[in-house]
Design a protein around this ligand. Structure first.
Ligand code: GLC
Ligand code: GLC
Length: 645
């Protein structure tokens, strides 16, 4: 096929039938411009995915009309935002950026309550707020909202659509970018599409993967992982309404969408534009690794998953270009990188850094962290990591076994050790955590717990042991210092800024007790915020220490657009990296991952060049460079290079 001739011909045909009546002449021109620019790419992607279908052109035409309708409904304010973002696309790389992720109900009761908490967010320095899924979802267990029954309706326990609209505006006024979930791998089994499928409507049965018997599912199953083996074995669930097996990667009530069907792509694009038009500036692509299934593979990270995401991205570039994608690929580090591209996901969680921060706290040995970051930290200068230490999910040990192997570390054994270390089964561990998703067949599991509890504060307080508490506070600040300075958007998990401990109340709740991730989904009350202001408590030391780090981050451009070089420090417990901004300013960050003093050679760190380095976190000045720097237990230095004396 001559793709160039074909896209031109298709575009011409589409334009003749396109209804642009909802737009002014000027808006029409903008839309057509963007369409012209994106169409060659979008067309090529869709041909790759759906080109074999006899009805390809029908769906293509329908899609472009969907984009036009979405653009027509976009408010003027958001259209202005589109222009502003197109003019300054790297807004997410600034040193002012600071993210927080929270559940609306746990953080503030409901959407109205959240609006009242905006001053707290502003005071904390937050500029990016990820609200966990707030859409209509099944009562009882809804996987924390990740089973969506209606993308266009706010869950009534959280408020109304109008409340969300108002909140979105109020956040924008406060300079906070709203981030919403795009849960597009699956819907709940109560979504109207699923209900129609259950009732036997073939059109909607084709929205999902439904099978009359277990034959085909069993063939797929041979290569699939199990994500929640504690609730159900395998990846398929029996639906007694339709008498069919349904593909359910996660819980039984989360039905995987069938993207081999272009009707699904179009329908989900329509939902995506609805979310974009609420005013969010980033969409978190939930479970994106799973969206394309290919018989004989593990059905994760398939080539066509990438094509689909790029096609969605291209649709946004046409109808709502202010919105960027954030990848939630919690998979092998090499696969994580493949989602990161200006034309795919501009942002990505950094699960490797997250997991290795916890690994290194346990081992006090930075080799795996250093080498893994040297291999995998660098991404396109158009994109940004979203660096985090904890989130609402479990910790999976997603490091590269090959990198570990080079250091004589056996991946399988080491993961067992880490699981034991963080779930209280390893003598001498400081952590208080809970095992999650234990697989009865292979003993595999993941780890849950709040940052403070995993870092030792729960144990320290229980034992009333000042040293343990001091170490836990220092660990908390050190790990936050890394996400604040290594490059990318730091994402604080709500409650961690106040060092909140594990909440075991989920054990008493029938809709939650089978899902240990609730242990770290903790209400943040006014009392917690007040308590953190009480001088010299561990919570206060974490909260104020974090404030200092955040304040410094926002003050120096070297924390924003700058390159990162991971240094080999030749000292087991020391992790170090250098950030260099375009104007030549440099920051050297050094962390001591152990409860013992460390000495590290200034030459190895690159300090021996006669420049003056000032630690932003203490009064230390390195000038001229001494032979060695000494770091106290868990100490962090942020050495800023100023002009030579
Ligand atoms: C993502 C979410 C997780 C959810 C899953 C299924 O991994 O972060 O909480 O269970 O997707 O939607
Ligand atoms: C995700 C991941 C898995 C994670 C889970 C949520 O999509 O692939 O590792 O733990 O869903 O628990």
């Amino acid at each position: 096929m001559d793709i160039e001739r074909e896209y031109k011909r298709s575009l011409e045909r589409i334009l003749t039938g396109l209804d642009l009546s909802g737009m002014s002449k000027r808006e029409q021109a903008v839309f057509i411009d963007r369409l012209n620019e994106q169409f060659p790419r979008l067309f090529a992607l869709l041909v790759e995915i759906y080109g074999q279908r006899y009805d390809f052109f029908y769906y293509l035409q329908q899609l472009v009309q969907t984009l036009a309708n979405g653009f027509a409904k976009r408010s003027n304010v958001l259209k202005q935002k589109d222009n502003a973002r197109l003019a300054a696309p790297h807004w997410y790389q600034g040193e002012n950026m600071l993210g927080m992720a929270c559940y609306v109900d746990l953080f503030a009761g409901d959407l109205k309550g959240l609006q009242q908490r905006i001053p707290y967010l502003v005071e904390t320095g937050i500029t990016y707020l990820h609200l966990m899924p707030l859409y209509d979802s099944p009562k009882g267990d809804s996987d924390g909202g990740y089973a969506v029954s209606d993308y266009r309706k706010v869950n009534d326990t959280l408020g109304s659509n109008k409340d969300l609209e108002e909140l979105s505006k109020a956040l924008a006024e406060a300079g906070i970018s709203l981030v919403l979930d795009f849960v597009f791998n699956h819907t709940s089994d109560e979504h109207p599409w699923a209900l129609a499928a259950k009732a036997g409507d073939q059109k909607y049965q084709e929205f999902y993967y439904m099978f009359d018997d277990k034959h085909v599912p069993d063939e797929y199953e041979k290569h699939l992982r199990e994500i929640f083996p504690q609730v159900r074995r395998g990846n398929f669930s029996w639906d007694s309404d339709s008498n069919k097996w349904v593909w359910t990667t996660f819980n039984n009530f989360q039905w995987d969408l069938n993207y081999t069907n272009p009707a699904v792509f179009n329908a989900i694009t329509d939902e995506m534009l609805y979310l974009a038009n609420l005013g969010c500036e980033a969409l978190r692509l939930d479970a994106l690794a799973f969206i394309w299934k290919e018989m004989g593979t593990n059905c994760e990270n398939q080539a066509k998953a990438h094509s689909l995401i790029q096609a969605f991205n291209s649709c946004l570039q046409i109808a709502a270009p202010a919105v960027v994608f954030k990848s939630e690929a919690i998979v092998h580090p090499d696969e994580v990188l493949k989602y990161i591209d200006k034309q795919e996901c501009q942002l990505s969680y950094n699960p490797l850094l997250m997991a290795l921060i916890w690994n290194t706290l346990a081992t006090r040995d930075t080799h795996l962290l250093t080498e893994s970051m040297q291999k995998s930290f660098e991404i396109s200068p158009d994109c940004a990591w979203v660096n985090y230490v904890r989130c609402h999910d479990d910790i999976g040990w997603t490091f590269d076994d090959a990198v570990a192997g080079q250091q004589g570390v056996n991946g399988y054994d080491h993961r067992r050790f880490l699981n034991q270390f963080y779930t209280g089964r390893f003598e001498g561990s400081f952590a208080t955590g809970v095992a999650f998703g234990e697989n009865p067949s292979n003993g595999d599991c993941r780890v849950c717990g709040s940052l403070a509890s995993l870092a030792g504060l729960e144990q320290g307080i229980e034992q009333n042991n000042a040293t343990l508490i001091e170490h836990a506070v220092a660990r908390n600040l050190m790990v936050h210092s890394i996400i604040l300075s290594i490059g990318g958007i730091p994402l604080i998990y709500s409650g961690d800024e106040l060092a909140l401990l594990n909440d075991y109340s989920y054990e008493q709740d029938d809709s939650k007790k089978h899902d240990e991730r609730w242990v770290q989904r903790i209400p943040v009350t006014d009392a917690d915020i007040q308590a953190s202001k009480k001088k010299d408590t561990p919570q206060n030391r974490v909260a104020t220490g974090l404030k200092t780090l955040i304040g410094l981050r926002k003050q120096y451009s070297v924390f924003g657009q700058a390159s990162t070089r991971i240094i080999t420090p030749h000292q087991n417990a020391v992790f170090a990296y250098q950030r260099t901004a375009k104007d030549g300013t440099s920051l050297l960050a050094i962390c001591n991952f152990s409860e013992h003093k460390q000495r590290v050679s200034s030459i190895t760190l690159g300090l021996g060049n006669g420049d003056v380095w000032q630690d932003l976190l203490s009064s230390v000045r390195v000038s001229p460079a001494p032979q060695e720097l000494e770091l106290a237990p868990y100490q962090v230095m942020w050495l800023l290079n100023s002009q030579p004396v």
